[in-house]
Design a protein around this ligand. Structure first.
Ligand SMILES: Cc1cc2nc3c(=O)[nH]c(=O)nc-3n(C[C@H](O)[C@H](O)[C@H](O)COP(=O)(O)OP(=O)(O)OC[C@H]3O[C@@H](n4cnc5c(N)ncnc54)[C@H](O)[C@@H]3O)c2cc1C
Length: 429
């Protein structure tokens, strides 16, 4: 029997008592690049932290979405703009032979050969004249392991396979968050909550101001057994990646699927199935027609749809395009722009704070910025930087006995700098 699909049709769920299964000083929801950085930073700063993730591994789009390029850690002129935890992740990947990046001496240079070397790995974008960026190609399986390890080393607790449902509000604070799991529904009580769900599930459920954008879905995939030199020289749209004879196809089924609302399961289902069908067809086409692909095999198809944007918080500050290259005194992170060589954004603390709630912080791709700035702040290094800022802020709030909304931002900035993060960089220097 088919179910009625009318907006007016609803059922009333019975009220119930939900068991509190965990308590934490800092609850981080979502284990993508931002959430892991937040949890590690908060735990290193002495807080009792629980990170809850709906899937079975960490990294979000940076692993499950096969978005395996850190673009970028620099300002486009050869200076590092994102350091801190993102740099530490890069170091750990590099120590395992799981990262490629141009050496520091090449950052910012216009030398065509060095630019070409970086371009092969997908590290050069935007309009010429090009310079070498400090960007990183890496292995996603290794990143999953590195993130597990960093969380464990920091002493943060981890709970996988639980999906956050709703924040339980106590006035203008979140008292607890409910989760759904195979073991039923349960709650986690916390003093500070960090929404690192990418889609802003918590601030949306709490009724905070937000903007939503419809996007074209992507589904990146990797292929092995490729004559990489031949394929790249012939102009096949692929990049060299970690592993002998392996390439990354940054692929999107753009015209056919159309824009989707990435918070609607119906849209996501249609996009996943159609993208996967087309990826397989595209792989067959490459093997038949593309130079260097005759003996190719499919390695991995992203098991998380590539969603660049969905909800964005409209917070206490909204970082706008007009603030490009403006140094902000309350910045807690800095980022360059992956397609531009002259764009630097200082991300203010208020971009992580909802207007309506006192103890919720937001990190990652759904922070409070305008649509154009989002192009820069959604990138993985920037997500790690805002995650690190949110986690450090949460722990500082606990230590000083205030809510994150009341925090001394200069003290937060000092702590971030002590830990190796960058919170200020003169534009054009
Ligand atoms: C096609 C495409 C190309 C891109 N290219 C690049 C690139 O080349 N370089 C670059 O640096 N960036 C790139 N990006 C951007 C970047 O990949 C993402 O914006 C970034 O990884 C987002 O990190 P995040 O932690 O904010 O969110 P996510 O990676 O989305 O992580 C959110 C996490 O929260 C979990 N979660 C969500 N909801 C819940 C819930 N209710 N309960 C529990 N857990 C939940 C998810 O499972 C996930 O693990 C690209 C993005 C796309 C889509």
């Amino acid at each position: 029997m088919s179910m009625p699909d009318k907006a007016s049709t609803s059922i009333r769920e019975p009220a119930r008592d939900t068991p509190v299964r965990h308590e934490a000083e800092v609850l981080v929801v979502g284990g993508g690049a931002a959430g892991v950085a937040a949890a590690v930073a908060a735990a290193r700063s002495g807080a009792d932290v629980l990170l809850v993730e709906r899937h079975g591994s960490l990294g979000g789009l940076a692993t499950g979405g096969l978005i395996i390029l850190l673009l970028t850690l620099d300002d486009g002129r050869g200076r590092q703009a994102v350091a801190g935890l993102c740099q530490q992740v890069t170091d750990r990947l590099d120590a395992r032979g799981a990262a490629f990046f141009p050496p520091p001496g090449e950052w910012g240079v216009e030398d065509p050969e060095a630019v070409e070397r970086a371009r092969r790995w997908g590290l050069v974008w935007g309009r010429p004249p090009h310079r070498v960026r400090y960007s990183v190609a890496y292995d996603p399986a290794m990143l999953k392991g590195v993130l597990d390890e960093m969380l464990r080393d920091a002493g943060a607790r981890l709970l996988l396979h639980a999906w956050a449902c709703e924040p339980i509000l106590e006035g203008n604070r979140i008292g607890a968050v409910t989760f759904q799991s195979k073991a039923g529904r349960f709650a986690v009580r916390a003093r500070v909550v960090i929404d690192a769900t990418g889609d802003g599930d918590l601030f949306a459920a709490a009724g905070c101001a937000e903007e939503k954008t419809m996007v074209l879905p992507w589904m990146w995939f990797t292929v092995g057994g490729v004559d990489v030199d031949r394929a790249i020289e012939a102009g096949v749209g692929c990049f060299q990646t970690i592993g002998q004879g392996k390439v990354l196809l940054p692929w999107g089924s753009i015209e056919k699927v159309g824009r989707i609302d990435a918070t609607r399961p119906e849209d996501l289902t249609r996009a996943e199935v159609e993208c996967r069908r087309r990826v397989l067809a595209e792989f067959e086409r490459l093997r038949r027609e593309a130079p260097g692909f005759a003996d190719a095999h499919l390695c991995q198809v992203a098991d998380q749809l590539g969603i660049t944007e969905s909800r964005r918080l409209v917070g206490r500050s909204v970082l706008s395009h007009q603030q490009m290259n403006v140094v902000l005194d309350d910045a807690v992170a800095v980022t360059g722009h992956w397609t531009k060589y002259d764009a630097l954004y200082h991300i203010p603390y208020g971009a992580l704070l909802p207007r309506e709630l006192e103890n919720l912080l937001v990190a990652g791709r759904c922070i409070s910025v305008d649509h154009r700035v989002h192009q820069a702040t959604k990138e993985i290094p920037a997500c790690m930087a805002t995650g690190e800022a949110a986690g450090t802020a949460a722990a500082l709030a606990i230590r000083t006995g205030v809510d994150p909304s009341q925090l001394d931002v200069s003290q937060l900035r000092s702590e971030l700098v002590e830990r190796g993060a960058i919170v200020s960089l003169a534009p054009g220097g």
